[in-house]
Design a protein around this ligand. Sequence first.
Ligand SMILES: Nc1nc2c(ncn2[C@@H]2O[C@H](COP(=O)(O)OP(=O)(O)OP(=O)(O)O)[C@@H](O)[C@H]2O)c(=O)[nH]1
Length: 203
Amino acid sequence: MSGKSLLLKVILLGDGGVGKSSLMNRYVTDRFDAQSFHTIGVEFLNRDLEVDGRLVTLQIWDTAGQERFKSLRTPFYRGADCCLLTFAVDDLHSFQNLASWKKEFMCYSDVRNPERFPFVVLGNKVDKEEGKEVGEDEARAWCEENGCCPYFETSAKDDTNVGVAFEAAVREVLAAEDQIDHTLLSSTIDLHGNRKVPCSSCC
Ligand SMILES: Nc1nc2c(ncn2[C@@H]2O[C@H](COP(=O)(O)OP(=O)(O)OP(=O)(O)O)[C@@H](O)[C@H]2O)c(=O)[nH]1
């Protein structure tokens, strides 16, 4: 096992209220707050873990899902090693919006190889069995069609699959490791940085 920790940046995207902050807080602090507030801009937390003998510092960036905060969140997409597209299984609209979240990420990130960039999809609030609007098969089919695998049904409330999903994200990054320079995270973020690929049509 290598003694040096690998710094990986993963970013949670998805509609407001689907549970992005709750997933991050569950994973890092093992707490769940039924009365959480909307995120404004972005927040991040770190957690150290070991995956397949590799020491990893996972830097989890939680973004504001509400449309009005778009300009505050998009500058932070750069340097992400993995994107966790999140919806709530009791909210069909949040599932239908996954494609536009993926598009927004690709538009504002600095991904060098779009075909190989790792996405993980989380269908959160699976504890709400009665109000479920998105089935597992339907979600998996979307993931297959859109090259966004693997898929996990999660519950930040019950701690279902939360650790498994973040560890899967790390594995996805490690699998694509030769494509990525993990030392890219800088201490400052250029809010006016030029995107590598001009994006006139989507954002
Ligand atoms: N039942 C249930 N409720 C959840 C779960 N995850 C989050 N919630 C609740 O859903 C609400 C919104 O959760 P947040 O984590 O703030 O959602 P968010 O995606 O970060 O929202 P924005 O910051 O607006 O983008 C809160 O009341 C949470 O307690 C879950 O797994 N199950």
